[in-house]
Structures are given as C-alpha cells and as structure tokens.
Design a protein around this ligand. Structure first.
Ligand code: NAI
Length: 348
C-alpha cells in the first residue's frame, strides 16, 4: 500500500514547483500516493470555501502534506471557518487559516548559503523557528472609524513555552549549539517581554544548549553583518516571517529557503518560505529548490533519514556545480531542468 501525502498545488508558481518536487520525491522509490487537497481556488470551486472543512478533515487524517504557495488578496484576505461543533475561527489569511485549523504551531526554516553562489554569505547557516499561531497575525484587529485601526499582538505563555521547547529539542536533534530568542522587549515590554521570559524559563531547563537573546532590529543588522553569530533562532510570528525572507535574500534567493509547519500528533505541512511569485508564474522558470528541500524535511519527518540526506546532498551538488540554475540565481535553467539534475545525483 502506498504512503498517502496531501498535496496543495497552490497558485502562481505553485503548480510548477509542486510538479518538480513530486518528481524528485518519486525518484526515491518510496511508494507515495499523492492526494489532492482542495484549498484556495480549488476549494471555492468544489465546496464554495477557500478552506472547506472537508479539506481540513482530510489534512488531519493524512497527517502529512506538501503545500505550494497560495495567492492572498491584499486588504481582503480574511478567512472565516465554521466548525461542525458550532465554533468559528477567523483568520487574517488563508495560509494562517490552514496552520491554525490544523493546530500547526511552529515553522522551522533552515537557510544555508551556497558555495559559489551566496558570495559573502556562503557560510550563512541559520535555522529560524517561527511561531505560527499568534502575534500580530492573530486576526484580532478592527477599524476605528475611517482614520484609525487596531491590531492585537497576541502572546500567550502556552505558545511561547511550546515554541521555545520545540527550538531546544530541534537544536539537540540537529546537533546545533545555540538557540537565540528574537524580540523587542524594550519597546513591547508586555507581549515580547512574556515571549522572552518564557524563553529564558525553557533555556534554564536546557542548559546543555547555549542560549542568548537579541532585539529584532539588531538581529537584522547582525544577520547582514555577521550571520555566524546565529545558529537556531526562535521568533514570534511576524519577526520570524521577516527574518527568514531576509536570510533567504542574503544567500541569494527566496527560492533557496525551505520550511515545514509542524503540529501535534505527527502532523506536518511542508512548504517553501516564499510566496506564489505571480511575476514569474507560468514561464517554467521558478526555482523549485525551496520546495524540494521542504520535501527533504518531509522525508526526515517520515523517518526516511537517508533519503532526506540524499535529496539534500543532490541539491547542494547541483547548486555548487552550477549544473542547473534558474534565473533568480543567474542561470537559464527551467524548473524541471533543476528537478532532473537533482534526480540524476540521487543514489544511496
Ligand atoms: P513572493 O515570495 O511570491 O515573491 C517575492 C520575490 O521573490 C518575487 O520577485 C518572486 O519572483 C521571487 N521568488 C519567490 N519565490 C521564487 C522562486 N521559487 N523562484 C524564483 N523567484 C522566486 O512574495 P510576494 O510577491 O510578496 O507575494 C506574492 C503572493 O504570494 C501574494 O499573494 C502573497 O500573499 C503570497 N504569499 C504566499 C505565501 C504562502 O503561501 N506561504 C507566503 C508569502 C506570500
């Protein structure tokens, strides 16, 4: 029997990079069974909702899924999900709705420089643990008349402790030496102060791993100036969102930054850090590496450690030898050329 994996093909460059990633994962010989999940336009077409409860149930049953980026409207991206028990979830965007309906709570984003491509950031190697349930993306915001608006930066002890614990476990599992907490506790002393104090409490129980903390503005500066200062970073939702795009930019492209949304009971939805890139969609030139590396994170989560390493090693070989580089990295290769080059190096 095959191993069922949910697939959300997304919009923009989504279908192109999904196709490339599925081909790479199939090259492992693992008998995957791809299960399409109706979300976004497909959800609207089939069920009249961008995130139908049928799709939420299916994703929960499958436990593991690959998700491509989804286009989200500026100004009107809010999503309301009505649950069978009468409860209602209101979310600021479709991506946020998927994470929170599935109770996914952390998005680990490993970002690494590439020899010969990333210039002075070749040795950058930072793993950002982004909290994904709260903060200014809690969806609690409202207009006050025509000229003002308020948005709540929700921070709870439960979520801050949970993401800090995950970060130390992650550091230990991945043989990393240090976890740094990113915050702005000098200015947002209650919300970020709570995030930081929860981090310190967890750090106290994990003294085999080094820990420290930095203000978010200083973190942006140090990432650009001396990224070797960082190893694992744990950050609230928005800081993690912004810093991971910054790190991707430093190493050369958003197309190099993978990610995974991790939740309880072995639930995981892997996705690239980047968006749907409508500016290059439909041309077959999107860089599939971020989603392919996210596929490797899925393999590792499934216990397929050897195949995960095999895919990652093949990716580094293709990049370092500049065998197939898409235009974002200065090459002329097509999306599927990259996938085929990766497959050609996959042996264990
Ligand atoms: P974006 O990440 O889609 O694009 C930013 C820049 O990076 C563009 O120049 C794009 O061409 C480039 N880029 C991104 N991924 C690339 C890849 N794989 N290969 C080559 N170049 C790549 O960010 P943007 O433009 O702000 O957002 C576009 C749409 O995507 C929006 O509707 C946004 O809401 C959505 N989005 C979805 C996300 C998700 O589904 N997780 C995450 C971020 C944005």
């Amino acid at each position: 029997m095959g191993i069922s994996v949910g697939v959300i093909r997304g919009n923009g460059i989504g279908p192109e990079i999904t196709e490339a990633t599925l081909r790479v994962l199939e090259a492992t010989g693992i008998p995957f069974e791809w299960v399409p999940v109706a979300v976004g336009d497909e959800g609207m077409k089939r069920y009249g909702h961008p995130l139908p409860q049928e799709s939420v149930r299916l994703l929960k049953d499958l436990k593991i899924a690959i998700k491509a980026p989804l286009l989200v409207d500026k100004f009107k991206g809010r999503v309301t999900c009505e649950h069978e028990d009468g409860g209602v979830g209101i979310y600021p965007s479709l991506n946020n709705a998927i994470r929170r309906e599935l109770e996914l709570f952390v998005d680990p984003r490993p970002i690494r420089g590439v020899k010969g491509i990333s210039g002075r950031y070749e040795t950058l190697d930072v793993h950002i643990m982004r909290e994904i349930t709260e903060d200014v993306y809690s969806g609690i915001e409202h207009r006050i008349g025509d000229d003002a608006a308020e948005c709540v930066k929700l921070t709870t002890r439960r979520a801050a402790i949970r993401v800090a614990e995950y970060s130390f476990d992650y550091a230990r599992r991945n043989k990393r030496r240090k976890v740094s907490c990113v915050h702005k506790a000098n200015a947002v002393s209650m919300a970020d102060g709570l995030f930081l104090s929860c981090f310190r409490e967890v750090a106290e129980r994990n003294r085999d791993i080094e820990s420290d903390d930095y203000m978010v503005d200083a973190t942006a500066y140090y990432l650009a100036k001396c990224p070797e200062k960082f190893d694992v970073i744990v950050a609230s939702n928005q800081y993690g969102d912004i810093l991971s795009d910054l790190a991707a930019g430093l190493v050369g492209s958003l197309g190099l930054a993978p990610g995974a949304n991790v939740g309880p009971d072995g639930r995981i939805v892997v996705e690239a850090s980047h968006g749907a890139a409508p500016d290059i969609a439909g041309q077959g030139i999107a860089n599939p590496i971020a989603l392919i590396l996210s596929g490797a994170l899925l393999l590792r989560h499934m216990g397929e450690q050897k195949w995960a390493e095999c895919v990652e090693n093949a990716v580094w070989k293709v990049l370092e030898e500049k065998e197939a580089l898409t235009p974002d990295l200065g090459g002329t290769a097509k999306t599927m050329d990259v996938a085929n080059a990766v497959i050609s190096h996959m042996t264990i």
